[in-house]
Ligand binder design. Structure first.
Ligand code: MN
Length: 326
């Protein structure tokens, strides 16, 4: 399937009557923010049959976003709709159980910014030069020539500010700021949004952070830092998967560290791994052979193996790439 431009996609959305909007499992700020911004976009186009459906519930951190209260779980997705809009992910296997609720009759349109060689969808726009999927949604408003509501702008701003770490990560470019400026011009309260996204830490997350900081180990002369969290430690902290958001950055921030790896035991046969790296080390590439995906600076994978095996396999791949860059 050839890539489509945004004008063609917007024309398709204008012609639709009903739409399902979804994103990847374990949704982060960009996933939730861009999916909800898209819902506001469809509203701005005059559509009324809009469903935002996710396998997982909206993380606590983003439940205050305008429209988050309307998000439904897979089972509540209507039996039929014209278009399934998939945002911030371009792989069918990453939208979880939602995939089972997309009828063959629905056209699938994918909007994403991850490195993906074979995107899912009948139409897609996958452009890794965008720092966040929320930027693409903001472009939709411009392409369609419809005004952006403050609610839409709040959602898109959360998407962009979280995926860029507050406009600090290497994916941030001039266009990111230009797009963000359009959002700020709607009158949104940047200070309050930023505080809600970055400053507020739940007690379980604080306990998880304390645990991880204590568990960090180093390798390769300090260029590698990694930590692992067992299911038992998670339970003791009272933490959920969403509480891991951002924790790995503390490890990558240690001076001299080029790649940070965080392992999380989901159960005895499943381990999640996250990678964050500095320029020069490609995280997505390091996890490619293990079925992972993401960006050069940030990538992740879910491995069907126990913690110790996952640690061995991932560190082997990471160390091999570290040696290549030396
Ligand atoms: Mn994203």
């Amino acid at each position: 399937m050839p890539a489509s431009d945004l004008a063609a996609i917007v024309a398709e959305l204008r012609a639709a009557e009903s739409v399902l909007i979804t994103t990847h499992v374990n949704p982060d700020g960009d996933a939730v923010g861009s999916a909800l911004a898209l819902a506001h976009f469809m509203l701005a186009l005059g559509k009324t049959e809009i469903t935002v459906g996710l396998e997982h519930r909206v993380p606590r951190l983003y439940q205050w976003l305008p429209g988050a209260e309307n998000v439904v779980e897979s089972e509540a997705i209507p039996a039929s709709f014209d278009i399934a809009l998939v945002i911030d992910v371009a792989r069918r296997d990453r939208i979880g159980t939602v995939a089972n609720h997309i009828p063959k009759s629905a056209k699938v349109i994918v909007l994403d910014h991850h490195l993906e060689s074979a995107p899912y969808g009948d139409m897609y726009l996958v452009d890794p030069t965008y720092a966040a999927a929320g930027e693409i949604v903001t472009e939709c408003f411009s392409v369609a020539g419809v005004p952006m509501s403050m609610d839409a702008a709040v959602c898109a701003y959360v998407a962009i500010t979280t995926d860029t770490g507050g406009f600090r990560f290497s994916n941030t470019n001039a266009r990111t700021h230009l797009i963000a400026a359009r959002l700020v011009e709607t009158g949104i309260d940047v200070a309050t949004i930023s505080s809600r996204c970055f400053d507020v830490m739940s007690e379980p997350k604080f306990r998880l952070l304390r645990y991880v900081m204590d568990a960090v180990q180093f390798g390769n002369g300090g260029k590698l830092a990694y930590a692992e969290v067992t299911a038992k430690a998670m339970e003791e902290a009272g933490a959920l998967g969403e509480d891991f958001d951002g924790i790995i950055n503390f490890i990558r921030n240690i001076e001299g560290v080029e790649v940070a790896v965080l392992f999380r035991e989901v159960n005895l046969g499943t381990t999640k791994v996250s990678l964050r790296s500095r320029p020069g080390f490609n995280s997505a590439e390091a996890l490619h052979n293990l079925g992972g995906g993401g960006h050069a600076a940030a990538a992740g994978a879910t491995l069907p193996m126990q913690l110790a095996s996952a640690r061995e396999r991932v560190l082997e791949s990471v160390l091999a790439q570290l040696r290549k860059t030396e």
